[in-house]
Design a protein around this ligand. Structure first.
Ligand SMILES: [Fe+2]
Length: 434
C-alpha cells in the first residue's frame, strides 16, 4: 500500500488492522436480539439502558425478544448521560450481583460506553480510574476479554456500538477521558433505524454532526504509516491513523451527511434520510474505531469541562449540558481551517463528499471550502453559532486550550502538529462564524 497518502516512512507502521463487531443493520433488527443472544449461549442477560428509554418501546421490543428466546432479563437504568467513574462502578456492581452470562446495551453513546466500562470492572476488578493513562490513572492494561456484549445504538451519531473506545467523565478532574482496548469492542452491533423515528430534530442534528466529525477526522487523520511501528503487533491500539479501510467507511459516511442530514433533521417522517443517517453513523463508527479521531474531538473536551449554566432544547438533562455532537462541531470549522495546509487534498475531498461546491478550488482554498460547507450545514440545522452559541467568549479561550491540551493522543493523530498557543488560536477563531 505504498502510494500517495500511505507512503512508507522511516520507523512507521507497515501494516494496519481492521476490527469491528458482527454488525446487523436494518428495521426489525431489535426484534432478533433474543435469538442472537441465545445463539451466543446466553441464558440470563443484563440489559443496560437509561431512565428515559427504560419505559419506552425500544426496550420493550428487546425484553419481549429475550423472553421469546427463553432468556431471563435484568434491567439496569441508573445511567448518567456522559457517564462518570461513579456510573461505571455502580453499573459494575449491578453486573456482579446480576450474575448474567452477557450484557445487552440499548441506548446512545453514554449507555454503550457505560456497558463497556462496567464489563471491564466486572471481569477484571479494580477501579475504572486505574485504567486511564497517567497522569489521570495508572495506565493499567486491560488484561483480557470481558463478558459477551450486544450493543444496540438508538441514536444516529455515536458509532460506539462499533468501537473499542469508552469515554468516561472523571469526577476528580470534571472532564472526560478515553479508555481504549480491543477487548472493549462489542461482540455484536445491532443498528435498527426505527430507533430514529421519534428522535427530536435537534437530537438528529447534534448526533449527525458527531457522525460527520468522526468521518472527517478519520479521513484527515495522519496516515497509519506515519505512526510508529511497534514490536508486538497484537498490542496495537485501533487508534492507528487513517488507513484504506477507514477511508472507505468515512467517504461513504460523509456523502450520507452531505445528502441527508438537513432532510433528516427537517422531517421526522423522512425515513429514507433518517435510515441513511443511522447507516452513516455506523460507518463513521467503524472508521474512527479503526483510525482514531483528532482535534475536533480533543477540543470538545474543553467545552464539556468548562461549560456552565447551559442546556439544549429537547435534551432531558440538567444544566450544564452541551450535547457531544455540538461540543465537537462548534470548533470544527476553525480547526479544519488550521489543519488544511498539512493535507489540503484530503480536506478538499472531504468537502466534496459533503456535497460542497468546490469547482476551481485550489489547495490554498481547502480549509475555507471545507469550513464553509460545515457552517452551511450548521446553519441549515439550527446548530449554535460557534463557541459563543454555547456560552463561551474570548475570556475562556486560555482555559479551554489548557483543558483540551491533555488529550495528547488525539491531538497527535491530527495531520498538523499543534501546541497550546495553536489551540488557543483555534478556539479564538471558533467563537462566532456568522
Ligand atoms: Fe464523537
Amino acid at each position: 500500500m505504498g502510494c500517495q497518502y500511505f507512503e512508507p516512512t522511516d520507523d512507521g507502521a507497515t501494516t494496519f488492522t481492521v476490527a469491528m463487531p458482527k454488525l446487523t443493520f436494518g428495521r426489525g433488527a431489535l426484534s432478533d436480539t433474543g435469538a442472537r443472544a441465545a445463539a451466543m449461549g446466553i441464558k440470563r442477560i443484563a440489559l443496560i439502558t437509561d431512565g428515559i428509554l427504560e419505559s419506552g418501546p425500544l426496550v420493550s421490543i428487546v425484553k419481549e425478544s429475550m423472553n421469546s428466546a427463553g432468556i431471563e432479563t435484568l434491567v439496569y437504568s441508573d445511567i448518567r448521560i456522559e457517564p462518570d467513574d461513579d456510573t461505571i462502578m455502580r453499573t459494575a456492581a449491578f453486573l456482579k450481583d446480576a450474575r448474567a452470562d452477557g450484557v445487552i446495551s440499548v441506548g446512545g453513546g453514554s449507555v454503550i460506553d457505560t456497558a463497556k466500562g462496567a464489563l471491564l470492572i466486572e471481569r477484571h476488578g479494580g477501579n475504572i480510574r486505574q485504567y486511564f493513562a497517567p497522569p489521570i490513572g495508572e495506565g493499567k492494561p486491560i488484561p483480557g476479554p470481558v463478558a459477551p456484549h450486544i450493543a444496540c445504538a438508538t441514536t444516529s451519531g455515536t458509532g460506539s456500538e462499533c468501537t473499542s473506545i469508552s469515554v468516561i467523565r472523571v469526577n476528580e478532574f470534571n472532564t472526560k477521558f478515553v479508555i481504549a482496548s480491543p477487548y472493549l469492542l462489542p461482540d455484536r452491533a445491532i443498528v435498527d433505524p426505527q430507533c430514529c423515528d421519534s428522535l427530536p430534530a435537534n437530537v438528529v442534528a447534534s448526533t449527525g454532526f458527531d457522525l460527520m466529525s468522526h468521518a472527517l477526522e478519520c479521513y484527515t487523520a495522519r496516515a497509519y504509516t506515519s505512526h510508529l511501528n511497534i514490536d508486538n503487533p497484537d498490542n496495537r491500539q485501533l487508534i492507528q491513523g487513517a488507513n484504506p479501510f477507514s477511508d472507505l467507511s468515512a467517504r461513504e459516511a460523509l456523502s450520507i451527511v452531505g445528502n441527508y442530514l438537513a432532510r433528516g433533521v427537517a422531517d421526522a417522517t423522512d425515513h429514507e434520510a433518517r435510515d441513511q443517517l443511522m447507516w452513516g453513523a455506523s460507518l463513521a463508527g467503524i472508521a474512527f474505531g479503526n483510525s482514531g479521531t483528532h482535534l475536533p474531538h480533543a477540543m470538545s473536551y474543553g467545552v464539556t469541562h468548562l461549560m456552565t449554566d447551559i442546556t439544549t432544547k429537547d435534551y432531558q438533562v440538567p444544566s450544564p449540558f452541551v450535547p457531544h455532537g455540538i461540543s465537537v462541531i462548534v470548533s470544527a470549522p476553525a480547526i479544519f481551517r488550521y489543519t488544511a495546509e498539512a493535507q489540503p487534498q484530503r480536506h478538499l475531498e472531504g468537502a466534496a463528499f459533503l456535497c460542497a461546491d468546490n469547482k476551481g478550488a485550489t489547495p490554498d482554498d481547502a480549509g475555507e471550502v471545507l469550513s464553509t460547507r460545515i457552517i452551511e450545514l450548521m446553519r441549515a440545522t439550527n446548530i449554535p453559532n460557534g463557541l459563543g452559541g454555547v456560552g463561551f467568549g474570548a475570556e475562556h479561550v486560555k482555559a479551554l486550550a489548557e483543558s483540551s491540551y491533555r488529550q495528547s493522543r488525539a491531538i497527535a493523530n491530527a495531520p498538523r502538529e499543534s501546541n497550546l498557543t495553536d489551540l488557543e488560536n483555534m478556539y479564538s477563531n471558533a467563537i462566532s462564524y456568522w
